[in-house]
Design a protein around this ligand. Structure first.
Ligand SMILES: [Zn+2]
Ligand SMILES: [Zn+2]
Length: 374
């Protein structure tokens, strides 16, 4: 199936219209007409090759919402017309311990997990292209049902920011009445506040931006702690039962550790760049753990979608057209706006010029099969 979209053909280039071939629907797979795709901060990191692993051409997008157009033989959960979502993964071995525990994101099988874009496709070892496109085909197990009360416009960020913050709260046992700290109030943080509240926690938002205070309180946070205010930080020492730290850049973690009660966990979901130093004394003397967490499995992703529907939780989104993507990336490079840009894919489908001039991209890794089976 020939599809079209927007991608980056080499590091530093702007987005250009591209066209490429997706495998036709096979047994167990679902074909999806994409209606919306969120723009995630990791799309920016990937496109800029900040993690050193980007394969160009790169077609990002892992906050995908759409409508099923057809299903392959044997598909039982979906039918044409269903509203569905696709998040950060499109495949995994389904056999290893992680997969059996519904933690496909940690799949360690010989076929490992396949990321929605810039991932290695099981079967032929080729590169995956994501949701900045008009259509995609995904195996049934990795397609999510969108609850009736959640619109396609807002579903995408739940599949990334929502699950990324929900999963560690669940895994590490956030309890009703606990005080949850949420550090960094952007795409991830604004979801974490709402999810923490839905799980019955008292939520303290930690930010360096006093001008975000009203917005944060509107999201339901019980308290805003300005982390540059030394007095307020000292007063809040040892007050948190759990922290979700979404800050996406290297920062001094030690002031955040000082906020943790004994016997608690400080959970990292944003920072992939390490820390200059972590003082071990406060960890040892108070049995405080620091752990990381990566997105979440499909079962938990469906769970957070349903929880968001039940509690009326929605990400704050701003619809943009496909032609605005370069501008959005520039905005994200300059800081976190505190909401999610979502591409209205109708603007791609209406972009006749783009489709006419689309560059055909072949997969640079196709042929370099790395011993994976479909
Ligand atoms: Zn993401
Ligand atoms: Zn696995």
């Amino acid at each position: 199936m020939q599809v079209y979209g927007y991608g980056i053909t080499e590091k530093g280039s702007n987005f250009v219209p591209v066209t490429f071939d997706r495998t036709d629907v096979r047994p167990g797979e679902v074909a999806i007409d994409i209606t919306h795709c969120g723009i995630c901060h990791s799309d920016l990191h990937q496109v800029d090759n900040d993690w050193g692993n980007t394969i160009y051409p790169c077609v990002p997008g892992h906050e995908i919402a759409g409508i099923v157009t057809s299903v392959g033989d044997g598909v039982t959960k979906f039918k044409a017309g269903d509203r569905v979502g696709v998040g950060c993964m499109v495949n995994s071995c389904q056999e290893c311990e992680a997969c059996r525990n519904h933690d496909e994101q940690y799949c360690s099988g010989p076929k490992s997990c396949t990321l929605t874009y810039n991932g290695t496709k099981a079967g032929d070892g080729s590169n995956t292209y994501g949701g900045y496109t008009n259509a995609m085909i995904v195996r049934e197990e990795f397609v999510l049902k969108v609850p009736d009360t959640i619109s396609n416009e807002v579903v995408g960020p739940i599949l990334c920011a929502g699950i990324t913050t929900y999963q560690p709260m669940k895994h590490f046992g956030l309890k009703k009445g606990d005080t949850l700290g949420v550090a960094g109030i952007g795409g991830l943080g604004h979801m974490a506040i709402q999810i923490g509240k839905a799980m019955g926690a008292r939520v303290v938002a930690l930010t360096t931006s006093p001008n975000k205070r009203d917005e944060i309180l509107k999201l339901g946070a019980d308290e805003v702690l300005i982390t540059t205010d030394a007095d307020a930080m000292a007063k809040a020492a040892q007050s948190l039962d759990m922290m979700i730290n979404t800050i996406p850049v290297k920062h001094d973690i030690n002031p955040y550790v000082s906020l943790m009660k004994p016997n608690t966990m400080l959970l990292l979901v944003g920072n992939m760049n390490g820390f200059d130093s972590v003082e071990s004394g406060p960890l040892v003397f108070n049995r405080i753990g620091i752990a990381g967490s990566l997105i979440g499995g499909i079962k938990d992703t469906q769970e957070i979608l349903d929880l968001c529907a039940e509690h009326g939780i929605e990400p704050i989104t701003k619809l943009v057209s496909i032609r605005e993507v370069d501008g959005v990336f520039e905005e994200l490079r300059n800081g976190n706006p505190g909401y999610r840009h979502v591409i209205d894919m109708q603007t791609l489908k209406d972009d006749a010029d783009g489709q006419k001039n689309a560059r055909t991209i072949a997969d640079p890794t196709r042929g370099a099969v790395v011993g994976r089976a479909a």
